[in-house]
Design a binder for this molecule. Structure first.
Ligand code: NAP
Length: 376
């Protein structure tokens, strides 16, 4: 039987090492890298007792090193999983952006954004990504939330997230995941909080089950959080908190009069400008949204759907967009776009119902994302 092969960058300690140990236990062949050869060799010695391990010391920003990794992957028949985990925090203590030395910033972007893409390119160039391969790009909450003092690292992770999303759009046939592993007790985290006691943070091993769901499951490309993926089964179901029927109407005023004034449905919210018009009406436990064509086209564009929603669309307010999306896809629905973070802090994604199931009525999943502040 051919063994599964994983290439994990930055695997001499921290999260990369935790992932390598777990996959070694599961019988995977491993290609590992890190710059420091002593720590990497120690990992190689430890895991060779369990599985096939090829450890190559080098800097992921070095193209010759990446070619070496890709050639090794090719010789093993290609990789089933690439985990772009190696990363740098940048300068510690973390400077604010106005004081950020630009050479340091370039190193951060070279390591956290350009090198992982370059590694994907190098593997692809020698056909070393198997057809069902998963690419897992390790990002961070700092790539989504604008925490003061996290500018260099945070901006690089935001770029890495967007790069991953675009790659997923360009290669819908691939499984591309970008995942926030959560705060972990590691050397990088200590560098982020120099001199502080970080022993209350989770060990990197606690993030591993979330990665295993991406590696072993069939979740759609997209952004994930390890903490949500690794919760016990009853908690991983996304809860639907509400449903909205959105009707695109030719005569907005008459439709509003019919339901708002006629049926007496209360106005919850409205968006009215010269061209776009929308009103959200309460309808007992559901809501009814009336929009004109311009507003419908605007929402189609924001949610990245290339197919017009048409006259009616169902929108579900869910506790976890990614889990609800996975559940819809597992039941035959098709994603019409990647999930997008809207300017009103909702994570939205558009779907088409399965063949034979109201194909004309699209579905939107919507999760409210609360901006948070990083704990210092
Ligand atoms: N720790 C957290 O709280 C946290 C939170 C969110 C996201 N993350 C992300 O999780 C991932 C793992 O972080 P971690 O906390 O486990 O970090 P870590 O403990 O510092 O480990 C980083 C690993 O990457 C290697 N590495 C660093 N730069 C490299 C380079 N240029 N080329 C090759 N290898 C390199 C390191 O070895 P050498 O130094 O010897 O090269 C080490 O093996 C990163 O992508 C990080 O951004 C971490």
């Amino acid at each position: 039987m051919t063994k599964n092969v994983a290439l994990i960058t930055g695997s001499s300690r921290g999260l990369g090492l935790a992932l390598a140990r777990e996959l070694a236990q599961d019988g995977w062949s491993l290609i590992l890298d890190a710059r420091g050869s002593a720590a990497l060799q120690a990992v190689e010695r430890e895991l060779t007792a369990i599985t096939q391990v090829i450890a190559i010391a080098g800097d992921i920003t070095d193209s010759a090193h990446r070619v070496q990794l890709a050639d090794t992957a090719h010789k093993l028949g290609g990789v089933d999983v690439l985990i772009n985990n190696a990363s740098t925090l940048g300068i510690s203590p973390r400077p604010n952006l106005l004081e950020y030395p630009l050479e340091g910033l370039e190193t951060v972007f070279r390591t956290n954004v350009i090198a992982p893409l370059a590694l994907i390119q190098a593997l692809n160039a020698v056909s070393a990504l198997k057809s069902a391969a998963r690419i897992i790009n390790v990002t961070s909450d700092a790539g989504v939330e604008p925490y003061a003092g996290w500018g260099g690292y945070g901006a690089s992770k935001a770029a890495f997230e967007h790069l991953s999303a675009i790659l997923a759009a360009e290669r819908p046939d691939w499984r591309i995941y970008w995942i926030d592993p959560g705060d972990m007790q590691t050397q990088m985290h200590q560098e982020a909080f120099p001199g502080e006691d970080i022993s209350d943070r989770a060990l990197p091993e606690e993030s591993v089950p979330g990665f295993l769901r991406l590696i072993n499951g069939d979740l759609p490309s997209g952004r994930y959080q390890a903490s949500k993926l690794s919760k016990p089964n009853q908690e991983v179901q996304s809860q639907v908190r509400g449903m909205r029927l959105t009707l695109t109407v030719a005569d907005f005023e008459r439709a509003a009069a019919l339901y708002r004034d006629g049926l007496g449905l209360p106005v919850i919210d409205q968006w009215i400008d010269e061209t776009s018009k929308g009103v959200l009406l309460g309808a007992g436990t559901a809501t009814l949204e009336l929009v004109n064509k311009a507003q419908a086209a605007e929402v189609d564009a924001i949610e990245g759907s290339k197919i017009e929603a048409g006259q009616a669309r169902l929108a579900f307010d869910v506790s976890s967009e990614q889990l609800a999306a996975a559940a819809l896809i597992e039941h035959g629905a098709t994603a019409l776009s990647n999930a997008v973070l809207t300017s009103w802090h909702h994570l939205n994604q558009r779907f088409q119902a399965p063949h034979g199931v109201h194909e004309d009525i699209q579905l939107t999943l919507s999760e409210v994302v609360t901006p948070t502040t990083k704990v210092e």
